[in-house]
Design a protein around this ligand. Structure first.
Ligand code: GDP
Length: 444
């Protein structure tokens, strides 16, 4: 999985701060050192790492203790925000020309995934915006490249303009654009030639195509698996072509993360899309904030903290925490929690926001669907007060009665009680200092 090593190291770096009421200079220094090493090991550009660590440290030192947030959470929040900034803050949409066609020139080294990505983008525009794209095959050096684009075109039902390998690429593009005008295509993709390395001849050819086509968008396709090389490639292409955006491919592989994290900072050009597989549908808009959360392995903890603080009053949270610590958390508390959580938004989204929870074996079969939550509530409503406050009395005959009362199968009732017990146990452990962000949920 992408970013696995980085995620683990960043989490470990920040775990050191868990449960600390106050972070000393030494704690912060150690943590920042670990974060620095984690990023360097993930092949993030050295200067980018240096700036990042400096900013996080300055912010951490200057940060006031936020209401209800412990220092570890504050640092996580700062790291999350700075990672997001490093990747460009917000998503950047495709440029669109006021008059048709919008011309999108694609460039990249051989094997980066250029042709595949042309198909993915054309397919996306076609299916989502009802666009009528035309794809121009301008890689005349490899006959297979033209065949590949033609095959992709057939697959997604998008026309391909090609003139074989004997015509000059600039001329192919000129004629292709003329055809697009004639046929009123609203998008034109130019699939240009790639090389194994940047060379001057290729760059000159691309510059000539750019001069002729005046593209609204020049997208550079780079392979995330190549780490710092991807960044160097991006820089090389950008110097010559002044690209308008980057598409990072193969993020479904086990890339360490360096390219995703450094490209924007090094080139100043936004990553617009990411490729996450070989299928035509495996293309996603690049959201820096979501990527940061993903890299931190904690879903969107920041929103969770904010939401929890908004929704949960301190006193209530304190009482609940005490009940968990005393191990007297019961079905009434559970119901209450579910209602609190439901107020915050979709359950699966909430669960994903809790660091460590997504991978927690105890939560693996947890019922995350809002529909399931309603079923769970129905089951609890069918319990007597005694059963709710003292779940140990739930013997088989009581469970059968509850199943009949709630209209749910008895197996489901059994499963839910089992999950409740697992959750109770886990929360009790967490409350004893086993940080996993449950504190955030409990508003502590
Ligand atoms: P080009 O030489 O730059 O045009 O590269 P291609 O489009 O031919 O892609 C090279 C290889 O990478 C092909 O086997 C593609 O299926 C594969 N590929 C492209 N994008 C992705 C991606 O996002 N994920 C994965 N796993 N493979 C990809």
């Amino acid at each position: 999985m992408a970013f696995e090593g980085l995620t683990e190291r960043l989490q470990n770096a920040m775990k050191r701060l868990r449960g600390k009421g106050k972070v000393s200079d030494a704690d912060l220094r150690d943590t920042m050192r670990e974060i620095r090493l984690a990023l360097l090991e993930a092949d993030v550009n050295f200067d980018v790492v240096k700036d990042f660590v400096k900013t996080v440290r300055e912010r951490a030192v200057g940060a006031k203790v936020l209401e209800g947030l412990n220092p570890a959470q504050q640092i996580v929040k700062i790291v999350d925000e700075e990672l997001t900034k490093m990747m460009g803050e917000t998503e950047v949409p495709l440029n669109k020309s006021p008059k048709i066609p919008t011309v999108i020139m694609m460039a990249g080294l051989q094997g980066a995934g250029k042709t595949t990505t042309v198909g993915k983008l054309a397919n996306r525009l076609k299916t989502e915006d009802n666009a009528r794209p035309l794809m121009i095959a301008a890689d005349v050096y490899r006959p297979a490249a033209i065949d590949q684009l033609v095959t992709v075109g057939q697959q997604i039902d998008v026309p391909v303009f090609e003139m074989g390998t004997d015509t000059n690429p600039v001329e192919i593009v000129r004629q292709g654009l003329a055809q697009a005008q004639e046929n009123h295509n609203d998008y034109v993709f130019i699939d240009t030639a790639g090389r194994l390395q940047i060379d001057e001849q290729l760059m000159n050819e691309l510059a000539d195509i750019k001069d002729l086509a005046h593209p609204d968008e020049i997208l550079l396709v780079v392979d995330a698996m190549t780490g710092q090389n991807a960044v160097a490639t991006a820089q090389g292409f950008n110097d010559k072509l002044d690209v308008t955006g980057v598409i990072l491919t193969k993020l479904d592989g086990d890339t360490r993360g360096g390219a995703a994290l450094s490209i924007r900072a090094v080139t100043g050009k936004p990553i617009k899309f990411v490729g996450e597989g070989e299928k035509m549908s495996d293309l996603d808009v690049f959201h820096p904030d979501r990527m940061a959360s993903r890299i931190l392995g904690m879903g969107d903890m920041l929103s969770l903290i904010e939401k929890t603080q908004k929704e949960y009053d301190e006193k209530q949270a304190q009482e609940l925490t005490e009940r968990i610590q005393e191990n007297s958390f019961d079905f009434n508390d559970f119901l209450d929690q579910m209602q609190q959580i439901q107020k915050m938004g979709p359950m699966d989204q909430i669960m994903k926001m809790i660091p460590g929870m997504a991978n927690n074996p105890a939560m693996a079969n947890a019922q995350l669907d809002p529909k399931d939550m309603d079923h769970t509530k129905a089951v609890i409503y069918s319990m007597t007060e005694q059963e709710r406050t003292n779940p140990d009395v739930l013997n088989p005959s009581r469970r059968r009665r509850i199943a009949a009362g709630s209209g749910r199968p008895v197996q489901e009732v059994n499963r839910m009680i089992k999950q409740f017990n697992q959750m109770k146990k886990m929360m009790n452990q967490v409350s004893k200092g086993n940080f996993s962000g449950m504190e955030g949920l409990m508003g502590q």
